[in-house]
Design a protein around this ligand. Structure first.
Ligand code: HSE
Length: 318
């Protein structure tokens, strides 16, 4: 069954790792990307917003190619597509913009043909592209996701984010490609550091699942990626070390960075103190950053009706 009228999909941003859960833990966040996909006579793209400038508008486009993978898997042919895309998720900043495009493409294509593939299958396909399941898992399923990937299959557990949790992100004005932030990591680790991380990642997962916000500070510590990435994000080391003394429950590098993330109790009266501390510390290192308060997003990729306006405004075409 092909929906000739097309489908419109909304996909949340995501943060990966949450400190110790390297390539494992992810959380969906309330910034969104939209993809509209329709069968067409010839393939055409409409890209809205500066974030998408430069993305290919031919069949080499990743969204187009992933849609074709879904159709091939389902044994359906939809060779020509009209694809519209818009995104509020800043690119190459550690907020899962590429994961949102991958998930959006697979989910939209599957919906377009009546959803023959399971969510688990889409998760396997998304992880095969991204190579780690943390961002794509959160974007696909929403909430907090703990996931493992064996190279073929991704298995996940979804955790409903505690209602008292809010997220402050500091998005530096510079780009940091994930590849660069992965290249800097060591090939091997000491048993001491591995035990340090396994214990924190386990405690953090349990703390988030059971709403024990008091355990987050002890759990949100990492020795296997953040220390190596610190030189790439001036000011990060101090922010991660001192955020809890300025009102955060815990702080981490968001994914491969450069965005920094603090978990904060919703009714905290120290929000401005934390904002000022982060802004001041980055400023002392010559880094300009945009601070945003975000919500953990319970819903993952979903189909939205034509009535739910996507930011597809003619003036924004790139
Ligand atoms: N877990 C990944 C990393 C997320 O930290 O490199 C980035 O996509």
């Amino acid at each position: 069954m092909i929906r000739s009228e097309g489908v419109r999909i909304k996909v949340p941003a995501s943060t990966a790792n949450l400190g110790p859960g390297f390539d494992t833990l992810g959380m969906a966040l309330s910034l969104f990307a939209w993809i509209e996909m329709k069968p067409a006579e010839r393939t055409v793209f409409h890209l809205y917003g500066e974030e998408l400038r430069g993305i290919p508008k031919d069949k080499s486009n990743l969204v187009y190619k992933l849609a074709q993978q879904v159709f091939a898997e389902a044994g359906v042919a939809v060779p020509e597509l009209e694809i519209s895309m818009a995104s509020d998720i800043p690119l190459t900043r550690g907020l899962g913009s590429s994961a949102s495009a991958i998930v959006g493409a697979l989910y939209a294509a599957n919906e377009l043909i009546g959803a023959p593939l399971s969510m688990e299958k889409l998760f396997d396909m998304a992880t095969a592209v991204e190579k780690h399941p943390d961002n794509v898992g959160a974007s696909l399923f929403g909430g907090i996701v703990s996931a493992v990937w064996d190279g073929e299959r991704a298995v996940h557990l979804r955790i409903e984010p505690p209602a008292e949790l809010q997220v402050l992100v500091a998005i530096p004005s510079f780009w940091l490609p994930t590849e660069q932030a992965r290249k800097i990591l060591p090939d091997s680790l000491s048993m001491k550091d591995v035990v340090f991380n396994v214990s924190r990642a386990s405690l953090l997962t349990g703390a988030l699942a059971s709403g024990r916000l008091d355990l987050i500070a002890a759990a949100m510590q990492d020795r296997i990626h953040q220390p190596y990435r610190a030189p790439l994000i001036p000011g990060m080391e101090q922010i991660l070390a001192e955020a809890c003394s300025h009102g955060a429950l815990g702080a981490a590098l968001s994914g491969a960075g450069p965005t920094l993330l603090a978990l904060v109790e919703r009714n905290s009266d120290r929000r401005s103190e934390l904002e000022a501390f982060i802004q001041r510390t980055l400023g002392e290192h010559g880094i300009e950053a945009k601070l945003l308060w975000l919500e953990p997003c319970s819903e993952g990729a979903s189909r939205v009706g034509a009535h739910e306006a996507a930011p597809f405004a003619a003036g924004n075409l790139v």
